[in-house]
Design a binder for this molecule. Structure first.
Ligand SMILES: NC(=O)c1ccc[n+]([C@@H]2O[C@H](COP(=O)([O-])OP(=O)(O)OC[C@H]3O[C@@H](n4cnc5c(N)ncnc54)[C@H](OP(=O)(O)O)[C@@H]3O)[C@@H](O)[C@H]2O)c1
Length: 289
């Protein structure tokens, strides 16, 4: 890697960003991290706090960076922040910043299941963001992640909280599948994608080696505890998701689960040449606890 290799990260205080920044810092890479609010910085890191990602503040600092990892995104809408505003228009703003600053590479995390025939609002916004990136003339890698899991992701935190209470709730049958990928593997892949030509202009599913039913994942996750698994009626789950803000499952969470999306791990493995942690290894080595 060239000396003074410099990477910009947006949405710095989010789950993926925090972990990726820590990884890049440990690898002695210079990082410029942007957030709307203050956060603790790592070694080799420059902080930019800007509520509206003010171009005047950001542009001079990110000039000629080797890459930008765009991790701003929402999976839940509100009156103030909807998918079009944050997932599409905000991405457009960051693309323009990259062009002006002559940033060499754009990394984006879209979503597993996004395609040109997407019908969900969330997926449509991610698809439009992908399209803006592809048409931007920037070099890019677009990742479509399933659940990215670590010690501090919302899904893992929810399971740990439910275990404490003695009961994990499973919406519907629990037979729909997920394909979790470990955050450290994600961080490794993201760094590789910044430097390795094989990632140039690629769209890759960011998924673990195994697709597993939600029910079986939860069983494995809680196997050393006395936790009861309780299936909840899907209609009630959606009703709570629609009527109770802050409910454990949002509407989009349920949509993504029921969507039962599966990704192409083989392609990711072939391009990245990384040896991934399997779900069992992840859980046996207590990396999520
Ligand atoms: N985690 C997963 O399993 C997963 C799966 C599929 C796709 N993804 C995608 O990967 C990206 C990162 O995910 P994550 O899990 O790290 O999400 P996250 O923890 O919610 O972080 C997203 C970050 O986006 C920034 N943000 C949110 N609303 C904003 C707004 N109105 N204006 C400006 N910035 C805003 C925030 O950064 P600041 O607070 O620092 O400003 C926030 O921390 C997202 O695009 C997500 O859709 C994640």
């Amino acid at each position: 890697m060239e000396k003074d290799f410099q990477v910009v990260v947006t949405g710095a205080s989010g789950f993926v960003a925090k972990n990726v920044r820590k990884y890049l810092s440990d690898e002695n890479i210079k990082i410029i991290s942007i957030s709307r609010r203050n956060f603790k910085k790592f070694k080799n890191e420059t902080k930019i706090i800007s509520r509206n990602y003010d171009e005047k503040i950001i542009l001079p600092k990110i000039k000629n960076s080797n890459g930008l990892i765009h991790l701003v995104g929402i999976g839940k809408q509100s009156i103030k922040n909807d998918y079009n505003l944050i997932n599409v228009k905000f991405t457009k703003k960051i693309i323009n910043l990259c062009k002006k600053a002559k940033v060499k590479k754009f990394i984006y995390t879209s979503g597993l299941g996004v395609s040109k025939s997407s019908s969900l609002g969330y997926f449509i916004s991610k698809y439009r963001a992908e399209k803006l990136i592809i048409e931007s003339d920037l070099d890019y890698t677009i990742f479509r992640p399933s659940y990215i899991v670590g010690k501090d992701d919302p899904f893992t935190k929810l399971l740990k909280k439910q275990i404490k209470k003695g009961e994990i709730q499973i919406p519907g049958s629990g037979n729909y599948s997920i394909q979790p990928i470990y955050i450290n593997d994600v961080s490794k892949i993201i760094l590789k994608s910044l430097t390795d030509i094989k990632f140039k202009k690629q769209i890759l599913d960011l998924v673990g080696s195994e697709s597993i039913s939600f029910q079986n994942y939860v069983k494995l996750f809680s196997r050393k505890t006395q936790t009861k698994l309780k299936k909840i009626n899907l209609e009630s789950a959606y009703h709570d998701a629609i009527t109770k803000p802050g409910n454990q499952f949002g509407v989009e969470d349920l949509n993504l689960l029921i969507g039962d999306f599966k990704g192409d791990h083989k392609k990711l493995k072939k391009i990245s040449q990384i040896s991934f942690l399997s779900i069992r290894e992840l859980l046996d080595t207590r990396k999520l606890f």
